[in-house]
Write a protein that binds this ligand. Structure first.
Ligand code: FAD
Length: 507
């Protein structure tokens, strides 16, 4: 698909939104033989898809809301994704300390059993009741917690999954337009005529046979203002915030903590520097109704205090807002089922399809989870089959994620160490966990640190920076240090300023 001289292009499908869902849909459709254009207004994963708790999970707490179908789908997906992306998805053991205000021990045990049962055949360790007295998991908690439960889920690098979907979609012929905002879409004769604008208001016109609206928190705005169609469905914006503090406890396990108000907060090992060693703890999330523009939202003081207070009720080591190294906030674009309590709104996704006399469909995505992006994408593209009868069937459950073409994470590490024996251990780990087998495209024929160019701080070198700019749509420091990587956790202010200067000079 070529961009014509007059900045006009023809495509089967236009996908609006470069979050986990939009990129997953673009990838699925391109693998089935459709021509695809994906437009993203700001940057890949610049909204909700880099602000999640970074878990691939069934959602133990959704059992309390009887969302068995959702939990089962997500747990089945956990197994598929773990195999597809061993570089960016890793098993994680969770500890649930039993507090007096929780349900009785026997009831939680049944819930855990149900969680494992719904997962079916699983490669992860099953759940068990554990004693916290004298144990590694218990000694860092206040003494009141004597009994707990352990169960398994996975952690994921959410924004890197978005990038890998996009790289794969591009490799399959999709045209990726970033930053291009979709501002107008009209049905004209046999095509959707769509207008996109970049940051300098340069216009691109796309003639598409179908549109998918994967605008996340903006899904309803796109329906009302861009597509000028009517929708039967609504979206509920629920804000969730996280804080990152220096490592709060020893061990590579996570904690799932329930507050007296019933809300769940996770304490997760973060900033891994080797397979089992991490330097930070990620804590979240809050769950608050949100109105207003979902762009660039921030954690409030009350939310930070809420998270710190909850942690201080469980851990011997106390934290305050002074310990917060980094924080982020996002809004869940949930399908509005009219629940009063934000925590009780369904996490199931909802797809709304509209067409004109059986032609020119537009499909809008409401809700979803990072965990279920692949099945959501499959269902979206399946729904478009009547409009593209010749398209193939879904293969994303079998095709490895870009960089994930290895049997295991250890295999990636071994191959990296063999080819680049001079890479320091932490550096090799960061490459394996960020790029997987794509590390070889980044490091190419480098034979020593001298071949990596200028060091910008920590273990970040010019060669990687140039790769990110050329292959991963990076145009600014924010994308670089918070979305394509989490280098911002380690770089000093001066080092970030040097990177800013590099972008000012070279782009
Ligand atoms: C606090 C929090 C914690 C979460 N934790 C988890 C978790 O641990 N596990 C899990 O599975 N799920 C989790 N989720 C849910 C998950 O993050 C979201 O469901 C998912 O990221 C939504 O992805 P999306 O692609 O629909 O939306 P987004 O990621 O928001 O993407 C939408 C994109 O559309 C773009 N856009 C908007 N308007 C336009 C336009 N006019 N033209 C072009 N582009 C446009 C935006 O710039 C944005 O990039 C969490 C969510 C939150 C908020």
């Amino acid at each position: 698909m070529q961009l014509q001289e007059n900045n006009e292009m023809e495509t089967d499908l236009l996908v609006i939104g470069g979050g986990i869902n939009g990129t997953g849909i673009a990838l699925d459709a391109s693998l089935r033989g459709l021509s695809v254009v994906l437009c993203e207004a700001k940057d890949l994963a610049s909204a909700t898809s880099s602000a999640s708790s970074k878990l691939v999970h069934g959602g133990l707490r959704y059992l309390e809301q009887y969302e068995f179908k959702l939990v089962k789908e997500a747990l089945k997906e956990r197994e598929i994704l773990l195999k597809k992306a061993p570089h960016i998805i890793h098993p994680l053991r969770f500890i649930l300390p039993h507090a007096k205000h929780l349900r009785p021990v026997w009831m939680i045990r049944i819930g855990m059993f149900l969680y494992d049962f719904l997962a079916g055949k699983m490669s992860l360790k099953k759940s068990q009741k554990i004693s916290l007295v004298g144990s590694k998991e218990g000694q860092q908690l206040v003494d009141e917690f004597k009994v707990g439960f352990a169960y398994s889920d996975c952690r994921i690098d959410d924004s890197r999954m978005v990038v890998f979907n996009t790289i794969e979609a591009k490799d399959n012929g999709a045209k990726i337009l970033i930053p291009y905002r979709c501002v107008e879409a009209k049905r004209q004769g046999k095509k959707w005529q769509v207008k996109l604008l970049d940051n300098s208001n340069k216009e691109v016109l796309v003639n598409a046979k179908a549109i998918v609206n994967a605008g996340g928190p903006w899904v309803a705005n796109i329906i009302d203002d861009v597509l000028e169609t009517n929708s039967k469905s609504g979206v509920r914006l629920i804000k969730g915030s996280h804080i990152v503090v220096p490592k709060l406890y020893n061990g590579d396990h996570a904690y799932i903590l329930q507050n007296k108000d019933g809300r769940i907060v996770f304490a997760l090992p973060y900033g891994f520097v080797s397979e089992h060693e991490n330097e930070f703890t990620l804590i979240g999330t809050t769950d608050l109704n949100y109105e207003g523009d979902p762009r660039d939202i921030e954690i409030s003081e009350e939310e930070t205090d809420y998270l710190c207070k909850l942690i201080n009720g469980y851990f011997k080591k106390h934290i305050s807002s002074q310990d917060v190294i980094w924080s982020y906030a996002g809004v869940r674009p949930l399908y509005d089922d009219h629940s009063v309590d934000p925590s009780k709104i369904t996490r199931e996704y909802h797809l709304e399809l509209e067409d004109q006399n059986g032609k020119l469909p537009v499909l809008s995505v409401f809700g979803g989870k990072v965990t279920t992006y692949r099945t959501l994408s499959q269902h979206v593209v399946d729904k478009l089959k009547p409009y593209f009868p010749n398209m193939g069937s879904c293969v994303t459950d079998r095709v490895p994620t870009a960089g994930g073409n290895a049997h295991s994470f250890s295999e990636i590490m071994q191959q990296l160490k063999k080819t680049y024996p001079w890479l320091e251990a932490k550096h090799a780990y960061r490459f394996a966990a960020s790029y997987g087998m794509k590390s070889f495209d980044v490091l190419t024929d480098a034979k020593s640190y001298d071949d990596l160019g200028r060091c910008f701080g920590y273990n970040f070198y010019q060669k990687e920076l140039e790769y990110l700019v050329k292959e991963e749509w990076v145009t600014d420091v924010d994308a670089l240090i918070w979305r394509r990587s989490k280098l911002g956790l380690w770089l000093t202010k001066e080092q970030v300023a040097a990177l800013e200067a590099w972008f000012m000079r070279d782009l």
